[in-house]
Design a protein around this ligand. Structure first.
Ligand SMILES: C[S@@+](CC[C@H](N)C(=O)[O-])C[C@H]1O[C@@H](n2cnc3c(N)ncnc32)[C@H](O)[C@@H]1O
Length: 294
């Protein structure tokens, strides 16, 4: 499934890329946002596109040839942008974008273990060089800790019940696929889970993905070091997809405002229109917050 960039017009308006600007896209994936930003920056502009997923970087490198600005694509964790800028001998940027979470391509069955719609190896790492897989967590973590992760990162009320069912099952046989895990979660919760509003495995899968990739730590780390990545006067836009991420963005931006280091570009987060949600249902939980550094 092709990924449709979320809140695209809003991102362009928030970052306002000028001709010749230097913009960092920390989660570039297929370059949906990056390409439109590059069009505004023109041939004198520079776009640094980062993604942790080597497959996404390989793909965007191919299409990068058609970008109107100078492009540099790097496989890496956006939490390391300050080090990356030094390594590449680049100064601070005029703008930075983070569009968090998964792309549609990563969600479609690709054998990466993000999807529970088919049975795949329980992996969930954005980058295969990272050490811990979801299967290792599910088969090795003590029950209490597993329940805590499902509760904390999945905001799943039934976390204890789900962790108990996982531990019971793994005593007989290691849980190795997304299909097995989804089935175990399904058997642990009621048939009328959340009145059918969301799939019973959504929250447990979200929790494991956040834990395996240290997603909230990465976000906090980059937002703590924004002054090493973006010039004064430069702009930062973050699209989040759930309350755990949005809370971090909101708090970090509020801290910058309090310390006199930033002004919010919009007081309230920007949300997708009804038209965008109907054209791209994946956008329904998106929230964009943006700040200008001062
Ligand atoms: C929602 S997609 C971005 C889509 C992109 N804005 C577009 O419109 O084509 C999020 C991307 O972030 C990447 N990602 C997740 N965590 C990351 C991290 N810590 N560092 C770099 N990339 C990360 C994922 O691999 C994924 O490709």
């Amino acid at each position: 499934m092709t990924h449709i960039p979320v809140l695209l017009q809003e991102v362009v308006e928030a970052l306002e890329p000028k001709s010749g600007a230097f913009i960092i896209d920390g989660t570039v994936n297929g370059g949906g946002h990056a390409k439109v930003l590059a069009q505004k920056m023109g041939s004198k502009g520079t776009l640094l596109g980062i993604d942790w997923d080597p497959k996404a970087i390989a793909r965007v490198k191919e299409s990068g040839k058609r970008f109107p600005a100078r492009t540099i694509f790097e496989e890496g964790n956006y939490a390391n942008v300050p080090e990356l800028l030094k390594k590449l001998n680049l100064g601070k940027a005029d703008g930075l974008l983070l569009d968090l979470g998964l792309s549609s391509e990563q969600l479609t069955p690709t054998g990466r273990g993000f999807s529970f719609s088919t049975s795949e190896i329980l992996d969930m790492r954005y980058n295969p060089n990272e050490k811990v897989t979801a299967a290792q967590v599910v088969n090795g973590m003590p029950e209490k800790e597993l329940a805590n992760i499902i509760y904390q990162f999945g905001e799943e009320r039934l976390s204890r019940r789900i962790a108990k069912a996982i531990v019971k099952e793994r005593k007989h046989k290691r849980i190795l696929t997304t299909g097995e895990l989804a089935r175990i979660v399904g058997a642990a919760v009621s048939k009328n889970y959340e009145k059918g509003r969301i799939h019973h495995a959504t929250r447990t899968f979200q929790a494991l993905r956040i834990y395996v990739n240290r997603e909230l730590d990465n976000l906090s780390s980059l937002l703590t070091h924004l002054d090493q990545c973006v010039e004064k006067g430069g702009k930062v836009a973050v699209i989040s997809f759930h309350s755990l991420e949005d809370r971090i963005v909101k708090q970090k931006f509020q801290e910058l405002v309090k310390e006199g280091k930033g002004t919010l570009i919009a007081k309230k987060p920007l949300l997708p229109s009804r038209e965008e949600i109907s054209a791209n249902p994946r956008s329904r939980s998106a929230k964009l917050r943006a700040i200008q550094l001062i």
